[in-house]
Each structure stands twice: as C-alpha cells, then as structure tokens.
Design a protein. Structure first.
Length: 112
C-alpha cells in the first residue's frame, strides 16, 4: 500500500515539477530548454506514468522534422503544456485515492 501511494504521489509531483520547468522555459523564451525538457523529461515522465502516446508525441515534436518557424515550435510546446495540464487532475486524483492527499501528511501519518 505504501509503495503504491508513494508511486502515485511521486508521479503527480514529478508532473507538477515538469510543468513548472516548461512554464519557466516558455516564459523566458528558452528554446533550447524547451526542446530538452520536451524530448528528455516529458518522454521519461510519460513512459513512467504509462502515457505512451504522450511520450511518442514528445519525441516526434523534436526529432520528426525541422519546425517551420520559432512560432510554430512554440505553438506545439503550448499544446504539449495544455496536454500535460489536462493530465494533472487524473494524477492528483490517483495520488489522493491511494491514500495521500498531501505527501508530507501521508509520510508523517505512517511514520508516527
């Protein structure tokens, strides 16, 4: 039970961190960071979370072909961010249904 709870919480927290990284790189216009996070981090997270279609999409965004323009690349990144944001409720609910509404509370309750 604890292992499943921790996996759900870690997956949800990793998604939140991933989105924060994408939002920051997008806000600052760091195209290199956006490409790196999309190709390496989004793919890794998606595979671990069982979201194989998302992992393939992130991979194709970077390696399939050159982008027509900076604006087109940013549009695709924005769509990817929206797709990840749409997964947040699913993984948050999964973490909560595993018995961990708040990671610190779950650990503290079990340790005490």
């Amino acid at each position: 039970m604890l292992h499943r709870t921790m996996n759900a919480v870690v997956t949800q927290m990793a998604l939140d961190d991933l989105l924060a990284d994408l939002w920051h790189a997008r806000r600052t216009g760091d195209l290199g960071r956006l490409a790196f996070v999309t190709y390496c981090e989004v793919r890794r997270w998606a595979r671990g979370a069982g979201e194989t279609a998302l992992a393939e999409h992130a991979s194709e965004m970077i390696i399939a072909s050159p982008h027509a323009s900076r604006a087109r690349f940013l549009e695709e990144v924005d769509a990817l961010i929206r797709e990840l944001e749409s997964l947040q409720p699913k993984f948050r609910k999964s973490a909560q249904s595993s018995g961990a509404a708040m990671p610190g509370m779950a650990l503290g309750a079990r340790a005490g």
